[in-house]
Every structure is written in C-alpha cells, then in structure tokens.
Design a protein around this ligand. Structure first.
Ligand SMILES: Cc1cc2nc3c(=O)[nH]c(=O)nc-3n(C[C@H](O)[C@H](O)[C@H](O)COP(=O)(O)O)c2cc1C
Length: 306
C-alpha cells in the first residue's frame, strides 16, 4: 500500500475529507465546541435543527439517565432561521469543513420555506431534513412515519434547493426500507438514520415520569447501537444513495461496524457530551484500522459484511 489511506467520501455534491460528523442537536451551532477540537478536521459539521421561528423547546425535565444511554426531550429549541443566518452562520467563514444545516418545521410548507431561505446562503452545503424528532407535537416523527407525507415533503424540499439533501429517518416504523426508497426516488442525496426511538422512565415513588410533564423522550446512546446498526444494514441493501449511520457510536470500532453494515459515513451524538474530542479520536482510529488492514479507500470497507 502506498501513502496514507483515503478516508474521503461523497455525499451528494459534498466531498467530505472523512466520514465523521456530529449528530444534529448534540453539537450546538458548532462554535461552542471549537475550544475542544479543531472543527476543520471533521468530515462536515451538522448544526442543531433550525425552524422558521425561534422555539423555546420543552419544559424541564429534559433528560434522565437510563442503562447505557439517556432519554432526552429538548423539543427543537433553536434561534430560528433568521437569527441563525445573522448570528451563527458568519462563524463558518473561518472553517473549511462543509456545513450541513438540519431543518425542521410544523408543516410541509414550513420545511419548504426554511429550505428556500437557506438555499440562498452560499456557506450552507447541505440540508438534513429532520422528519424524525420524537419530541414535538407536529412535523417531527409524525411526518417521518407517514410514507405519503415523506414523499411529498422530500420532493418539495428538493424542488427548492440545489444543496445536498439528506433525509433523517425515524426508527419508529415497522419497516425502514420503503421509507429509504421513497427518499431516494423523491430526490434525496442520502438518508441518515437513526433519530431517537421513543422511551420512558418512571419514578416508582412518585409514580411520575422522570421526564415530568414531557412524559416521554428520545432514547440515545450505546443502548440503541445494535438497533441502529440493523436498520442501517437494511436501508443500505435497499437503496443506492449513501446511508449515514447514527446511534450510540462511541469509538472507531463502532463506526467501522457501521461501515461494514453499509454506511458511507457516520454521525456521533451523545458521546460528544462524554468526550468532546471523540470525533477526532474516531477519525484517527478509522485511519489506523485502514493502515493495519491495508485498506486504501473507504469504499473497500463499506457494505462488506460477509
Ligand atoms: C440532547 C439531544 C438533542 C438532539 N437534538 C436533535 C436535533 O435538534 N435534531 C435532530 O435531528 N436530532 C437531534 N437529536 C438526535 C441525535 O442527532 C441522534 O440522532 C441521536 O442522539 C442518536 O445518536 P447517539 O446515540 O449517538 O446520541 C438530539 C439528541 C440529543 C441527545
């Protein structure tokens, strides 16, 4: 083998120098993490889901620990698209890594409007359409479990943007494959999965939810990794566009499992809270594995489960 291995991967119009990105909502608006790691080393940066208007998010309690993970209910708190463009976007002029903006909305029209506004922003390289948030009353997971809404929404967002288009899927469906197929035929450049499945935890003394009035939350962390790995394997066997794996990744070994299952890239969520420089360690770990196993390009690894 000559030279160092090539970790680059194409996701629609984006050329990522490596396949490692933060999962939306666990990395703020990017800048918050700049004192912990060099953002230029990341394959891409994915920011928190942005909606048309600012949102205050959920009531407390917003999180509670469970075995091998936690339940989170943030409720898409964000500054809204106008303030995002004015206050958060300029920072990225000093960063080379591609920028993916996650978008949300309560109606198909709102998704389209946010996509349209962001399409005019040169610095934005791709959109990740969040039709899978488990913690909002309208427009999150409710959209992502409905095939016709998914089809309509992806097509209409595709119509208004030339940016890369990633659709983030919910695992709360009986079969992930038709949803992956609908995204592909409707014009998505990639799908990412999984967003958090819904879970509960109850205080047996008060007989109340540990998430207070929110009652339920999204289950995240290593607890969901085997489930996510299975769904990524299923989706990647079904479609030709890239699949981005998400769910409980906390090491290079975990990431490599996802590549073997068929993922072209991965996102890391919860583990950023535990080790803010985890993504750099994962990038270095993938590179070391490739050297050790004489793998020259990532494509030699992707989907090679035997
Ligand atoms: C605190 C928190 C906030 C999140 N916010 C968002 C969000 O704004 N948009 C989104 O698409 N996913 C959001 N997620 C889901 C993550 O992006 C990811 O899909 C999920 O946490 C599973 O990955 P992990 O097990 O590596 O954490 C959030 C997760 C957590 C823990």
């Amino acid at each position: 083998m000559s030279g160092s291995p090539d970790l680059s991967v194409d996701i629609g119009p984006m050329k990522l120098k490596n396949p490692v990105m933060p999962a939306s909502g666990t990395f703020g608006y990017g800048q918050e993490y700049s004192e912990f790691l060099d953002l230029n080393r990341l394959g891409a940066i994915i920011v928190k889901t942005i909606t048309l208007k600012p949102q205050v998010g959920s009531y407390p309690h917003r999180s509670t620990g469970v075995a091998c993970g936690f339940l989170a209910n943030i409720g898409l708190q964000n500054v809204g698209v106008d303030r995002f463009i004015e206050e958060k976007l300029p920072y990225f002029d000093s960063i080379d890594s591609p920028l993916v903006v996650s978008i949300g909305g309560q109606s198909v029209e709102e998704f389209v409007e946010v996509a349209n506004i962001l399409n005019r922003q040169k610095r934005v390289n791709a959109l990740e359409v969040n039709i899978s948030c488990p913690n909002v009353d309208k427009g999150g997971m409710q959209f992502g479990v409905d095939r016709e809404v998914t089809r309509d929404l992806v097509k209409r967002v595709r119509d208004v943007t030339e940016k890369g288009l990633i659709v983030k899927l919910t695992p709360m469906v009986t079969d992930i494959r038709p949803f992956a197929e609908i995204c592909q035929v409707s014009g998505a450049d990639a799908v990412s999965l999984i967003n958090a499945p819904v879970g509960m935890a109850i205080d047996i003394n008060t007989r109340r939810s540990k998430l207070g009035r929110n009652m339920t939350g999204g289950l995240v962390g290593p607890a969901i990794r085997p489930f996510a790995l299975y769904l990524v394997w299923q989706a990647s066997k079904t479609i030709d566009i890239p699949v981005i794996g998400i769910g409980g990744i906390s090491s290079a070994e975990d990431a490599i499992e996802f590549f073997i299952a068929g993922a072209s890239a991965i996102e890391i969520g919860t583990w950023n809270f535990i080790n803010p420089s985890i993504m750099i360690e994962v990038i270095d770990g993938i590179q070391a594995y490739m050297v050790e196993n004489k793998i020259q390009t990532l494509s030699e690894l992707i989907g090679t489960l035997s």
